[in-house]
Design a protein around this ligand. Structure first.
Ligand code: AP5
Length: 216
């Protein structure tokens, strides 16, 4: 199964990805995670990406498209992949369509995650993430068992730099301008499936499993 996750910052792409990866054994390709890994390792890619991420802007297409193209050529992708955070612009979507055709890979569906904006701002303000494995928590709705310590790997659980209020607003603006138009790109291809993630985790997981059942 090959899937794209499409949604605003904080809509729950990472949260839904956990289920999809576990239940469908998909290779998880999250461009934000790849950038954060490179920032942590202080690579050239990381230094370039950081300057954009800190401002709530997209990393330039040329950099991002090449990075995803390299990743999609690895053998493990044949078991099924989940693209989380890519594509995010019309030119990325067009480049992806071209690369999938060259690699003889086909998309099964694009999962569009819907959440009202006020809820997104609240969720991101309370989100905390593990510095080591990237697991996501929330100060109210999903706390780690020990405060500040990741349940999975015991790494430090902290606020992401780009989750500060001003950057969140900028990221949302970038989303509306550059990423939301992708809904209109995928709609006529009959690939879109909508998931309402405005309720609690359980109701969203149930809705996701109902969508997945159509592809069994
Ligand atoms: P990226 O890491 O992809 O960030 P994002 O799209 O802004 O998404 P987030 O990771 O913030 O949120 P999410 O949708 O995964 O939500 P989550 O599941 O954590 O990208 C970061 C940056 O990298 C970008 O801004 C850009 O600069 C750059 N970048 C990345 N890809 C790029 C690309 N293709 N091109 C160019 N630049 C790129 O959920 C959020 C919170 O809500 C969590 O606390 C969670 O626990 C909680 N939550 C989720 N669901 C529920 C629920 N049902 N009930 C209660 N709480 C919930």
């Amino acid at each position: 199964m090959n899937v794209i996750l499409l949604g605003a910052p904080g809509s729950g792409k990472g949260t839904m990805a956990e289920i999809l990866v576990k239940e469908k054994h998909l290779v998880h390709i999250a461009t934000g995670d790849i950038f954060r890994f490179n920032i942590k390792q202080q690579t050239e890619l990381g230094k370039e990406a950081k300057s954009y991420i800190d401002q709530g802007l997209l990393v330039p297409d040329a950099v991002t498209i090449k990075m995803v193209k390299d990743r999609l050529q690895k053998d493990d992708v044949k078991q099924g992949f989940l693209l989380d955070g890519f594509p995010r612009s019309l030119s990325q979507a067009e480049a992806l369509t071209k690369m999938l055709s060259e690699l003889d890979l086909k998309l099964d569906f694009v999962l569009a995650i819907d959440v009202p904006e006020e809820q997104i701002v609240e969720r991101l303000a309370g989100r905390r993430v593990c510095l080591d494995c990237g697991a996501s928590y929330h100060i109210v709705s999903k706390q780690p068992k020990d405060a500040g310590v990741c349940d999975n790997c015991h790494g430090a659980v902290v606020q992401r730099e780009d989750d500060k209020a001003e950057t969140v607003l900028k990221r949302l603006h970038t989303y509306h301008e550059q990423t939301q138009p992708l809904l209109a790109y995928y709609e006529p291809l009959n690939l879109l499936r909508h998931l309402d993630n405005s309720g609690d985790y359980q109701s969203s997981y149930t809705a996701l499993r109902e969508i997945l059942a159509d592809f069994d």
